[in-house]
Each structure stands twice: as structure tokens, then as C-alpha cells.
Design a protein around this ligand. Sequence first.
Ligand SMILES: [Cu+2]
Length: 157
Amino acid sequence: MSIKSTVLAALAATTFAMPAIAQDIMVKDPYARSSAMSAKSGAAFMMIENTGDADDRLIAAASPAAEMVQLHTHEEDDMGVMRMIHVEEGFAVPAGETLMLKRGGHHVMFMGLTAPFEQGDMIPLTLTFEEAGEMEIEVPVDLERKPMHGHQHGHSD
Ligand SMILES: [Cu+2]
């Protein structure tokens, strides 16, 4: 027990001493939406870039805007129907790569919204990474955003 707690203390001290480690993760262009104003659930999408040289993993998400927040992906079942799956192990963010959370793919799912998502709202979201730790962001609600096909550069809006 003493060995384990020593290791944990060392890890905690290391993390505390190097807050810059979280800066290896960059979140770009986040937005959230729900399918209707009365919807009880919503989702958030974004690009998560790992600018560091160590692999990382998005393992959890939390927000006061919903009773439950999960990491989801879409998967086609045997009947050819797309279903949402809760991905408990989270999503890998390999070093130097960008994880895309997008419609029809991986997303952050909000279940049991405490209030409807309204255009322009800012949704506080805490992302937890295996290596980088917790990262707090604000996700603007954008109900008008069209699904993105392929890469999009710049902002036309
Ligand atoms: Cu979902």
C-alpha cells in the first residue's frame, strides 16, 4: 500500500508541477446542438488536436447542462440501422493527430438537459483526458450548423 500511495503521490506532484501538459491538447471549433427546442438530449462536436508527442485519450465528459454526459459513437447494426453507442473506454487522440467529433460519428452526448439548448447559449463542458487531465471549455449552441462533409477551412459565417 505504501508503495502504491507513494507512486500516486509522485504522479500527482508531477501533474501539479507541470500544468503545461494540458496545453498539448487543443479544442477547435466546438459547437452543440439538440434536434429540437423541446429535446431532452443534445450533442457536442469539435476537433481535438494533440499537439504533443505523447498519445492521449479522451475518457470522460461532464457538464452541469445535463443529468448525464457520455462519449458516444454511431455504429451500423446488423439491420443497417445507425445506432448510438456509449464508448466507455473513450476516444484515442494519438500524438500529432486530430480527433474529430462530428455528426454521424463520435460525439459528446448530453442526456436529460437541465434547460433546452438555445441558439447562442454557452454550454460549459469539462473534458477529461488520460494524460492531459481535465480541460474546461465553453461550447456555443449552434442549431443552424449544417452537417460537415470533409474538411472545412476558415469561417464563412
Ligand atoms: Cu449520442
